[in-house]
Design a protein around this ligand. Structure first.
Ligand SMILES: [Zn+2]
Length: 448
């Protein structure tokens, strides 16, 4: 079958694969089911945005959490809508076409044209999104979630801008080269080359992040903790040597807690924020590490990569269809002659923004599935290492939620659409009830 004949059915099949992937991987044990039922009941009995028994905030913190939840919800969807509207405005008022004209007039060299066009486009989109970004940072400072000075914040924005320009420029040159060579099949060809590019991106991410935060070997700063964490490592028959454990100096800019797994192959590592170490008990840190090592052991980086390629496949195909249809309809009005035109990039980005919103709940559900699995793994992994895994889980989720004023019971739609993790309230209630070691129950990942 030739590329041009690839039917829309093909894209529909990928949607189906995604849907089956989402439902098929969630084999639920009896202990897990019981704890999920308990969490659902606790949430159902609590008022929206109100405290739930296993994750409760003081009245003043609850008021902050409610306000932040409402603002974040508005900012999130407002930002997505603004992204689309601002692209439409730039196209309609001919701003994108003028950027192309400037780029083409600067030089006959395609590399110079591509980089000038991208620079102008990034400048425009940064200025247009600046009010929302400034307000979000102001809010973080006001609520004490961030302690970063404005000069340092602007410095980070500048670094992110430079990275987007340099790396984005290379991708732009590659994309337009492929579009010229394969006018009808470029979406498929670009998807194929995106596979090694994404893998390389995940591989180098741990080497790029030190541009924004300082990292140190955890062994250097917290040797006693490393010894404790190695117990979790041994229990899971993992191979995470102490050299793969890092401390991130988050406290220079943030007050919130976190830990994650980063990288791929030789760059794969576990990163714990120093704020987590400062604000959690040793048992709670071990539990958080248990969760992170769950991502590592359960192969979440690998399966997320596969999932991302399925999402990209759908996005590139729909992007291809959208660009052709939009240029046929509005090309003359926008001053864009063909998909070879640098200005067509804005139309493709418009398509990515539109389909990104529609795919967001699919991505969120996929991520929540992994996060839940890691919660189950973490709580099982610390069994026998901490005195009371259930109480430790409740303590850890309370610490996590209180430092970020997390809404105990967010609106179900917002949670479904955007949350990469189950809500803190749901996780705390699940952790309190999850005990697979009692008679009649089976652990999911560690045999009794
Ligand atoms: Zn996680």
């Amino acid at each position: 079958m030739s590329l041009r004949r690839l039917p829309p059915l093909f894209a529909a099949c990928m949607f189906l694969v995604l849907a089956v992937g989402l439902t098929g991987c969630t084999r639920e044990t009896a202990a897990e089911h019981a704890a999920n039922v308990y969490a659902a009941q606790e949430l159902a009995a609590a008022p929206p945005h109100g405290n739930i028994p296993d994750y409760s905030l003081s009245p003043s913190d609850l008021a902050k959490a409610q306000h932040l939840s409402t603002v974040h919800e508005t900012l999130h969807f407002g930002n997505e809508a603004w992204e689309i509207l601002s692209l439409l405005l730039l196209l309609s008022f001919g701003a994108i076409a003028r950027m192309r004209n400037t780029a083409v007039s600067v030089s006959g060299n395609r590399w110079a044209q591509g980089y000038v066009f991208l620079l102008l486009y990034l400048l425009a989109s940064t200025i247009l999104s600046l009010p929302i970004d400034l307000y979000a940072q102001h809010l973080s400072l006001q609520y004490g979630l961030s302690v970063q000075s404005w000069p340092s914040w602007f410095g980070d924005q500048a670094k992110a801008f430079a990275l987007a320009w340099i790396i984005g420029g290379l991708l732009l040159m590659l994309l337009f080269w492929i579009i010229r060579k394969l006018p009808r099949g470029w979406w498929f060809a670009f998807w194929c080359v995106s596979i090694p590019i994404v893998l390389f991106g995940i591989f180098v991410a741990p080497y790029i992040e030190p541009i924004f935060f300082k990292y140190q070997p955890l062994q250097q700063t917290n040797p006693a903790l490393v010894a404790q964490l190695e117990q979790v490592v041994e229990k899971g028959h993992m191979n995470i040597p102490p050299e793969r454990m890092f401390l991130m100096q988050a406290s220079a800019k943030l007050t919130t807690l976190n830990a994650d797994v980063e990288g791929f192959g030789a760059s794969k590592r576990v990163v714990v924020w120093d704020t987590t170490i400062a604000k959690m008990t040793p048992d709670e840190i071990v539990l958080v590490f248990g969760h992170e090592s769950g991502h590592y052991v359960l192969g979440h980086i690998g399966s997320t990569v596969v999932f991302t390629f399925a999402i990209l496949f759908v996005t590139f195909y729909l992007g291809f269809v959208f660009v052709r249809a939009a240029l046929r309809r509005f090309g003359i009005r926008w001053g864009i002659s063909s998909q070879n035109d640098w200005a067509a990039l804005a139309v493709l980005l418009l398509a990515f923004s539109l389909f990104g919103i529609l795919l967001e709940p699919v991505e969120s559900a996929y991520s929540r599935m992994h996060e839940h699995a890691a919660d189950v793994y973490g709580q099982e992994a610390v069994h026998g290492l901490v005195a009371d895994p259930q109480a430790t889980a409740v303590g850890a989720f309370n610490a996590l939620g209180k430092t970020s004023f997390a809404d105990p019971n967010p609106s179900p739609l917002y949670e479904f659409w955007t949350y990469s993790h189950p809500s803190i309230g749901r996780r705390a209630a699940f952790g309190k009830a999850y005990n697979p070691w009692i008679p009649g129950m089976e652990p999911k990942y560690f045999k009794k």
